[in-house]
Ligand binder design. Structure first.
Ligand code: ATP
Ligand code: MG
Length: 223
């Protein structure tokens, strides 16, 4: 179990994250939701260790066996294949593993392209390939399909579900899309102004929300 205990993060005098307690079980899929600025990225960064909280602690995060995909992933100037390979321990099979991951997200044809020449959606797919190129205990993904087209989104979602089932990895991802949350989440955590305002199964949070802010957010959800 991965835990957050008494986490507080402030910028200047403003509290942007305040989580008395939150836990994540192994081999489960969690989705973080909330409007812009509600604290999703801050929470993921504190879990990933790229941001220090002002108070509190995170427990049992397997940082050496974890993948973190930031909201704006970075592409290096060398080839797309090398960009993925760099996430892997060096071995004779690392190029092959990188190619397999790229193929899973429909990016194998671009393996020789330079990383910095990719479009936003292509960069996101490449960064996602980095995440799934080897089995991990925990994946933290910050809006992993925000720049993907609908086909790319389907491909990433299908690959992610297969990966989670195959590896037993715990998944924590943020999204603005209730439809995506319904497809991917076993549990949804809804943030508002840095606090958890609703938490439960995807069905209960999306179909029968109790919190007024969650109800308001979901009012904009039209299919
Ligand atoms: N370095 C910083 N300095 C000051 N304020 C910051 C900093 N980083 C984040 N914030 C503020 O903290 C709040 C939470 O930001 P965060 O990026 O966690 O939101 P988010 O839920 O991920 O939003 P989005 O949906 O837009 O990605 C925002 O209001 C943001 O302006
Ligand atoms: Mg964010």
């Amino acid at each position: 179990m991965f835990e957050l205990v008494n986490i507080v993060k402030k910028f200047e005098d403003r509290t942007i994250l305040d989580i008395p307690y939150l836990s994540f079980r192994e081999n489960k899929r969690y989705v973080l939701m909330g409007v812009n600025g509600s604290g999703k990225t801050t929470l993921l960064r504190i879990m990933a260790g790229t941001l220090e909280p002002d108070m509190g602690e995170v427990k049992n995060i397997p940082r050496e066996d974890m993948g973190y995909m930031p909201q704006s992933p970075y592409a290096f100037g060398f080839s797309v294949r090398r960009n993925v390979e760099m996430a892997l321990p060096q071995s004779p099979s690392s190029a092959e593993k990188a190619m397999r991951a790229l193929k899973a997200v429909g990016m194998d044809a671009m393996a020789d392209a330079r990383g910095h020449t990719l479009s936003g959606g292509e960069t996101q797919r490449m960064a996602f390939a980095r995440m799934i190129a080897l089995p991990r205990t925990l994946l933290l993904l910050d809006e992993p399909t925000s720049s993907a087209d609908i086909q790319g989104m389907d491909q990433i979602e299908a690959t992610l579900l297969r990966y989670a089932a195959d590896t037993g990895c715990t998944l924590i991802l943020s999204t603005h899309s209730p439809a995506q949350a319904l497809r991917l989440a076993e549990e949804i955590i809804f943030l508002d102004k840095g606090k958890i305002v609703e938490q439960g199964t995807a069905q209960s949070v999306l179909r029968n929300p109790q919190n007024e802010d969650v109800k308001l957010f979901l009012k904009h959800w039209k299919i």
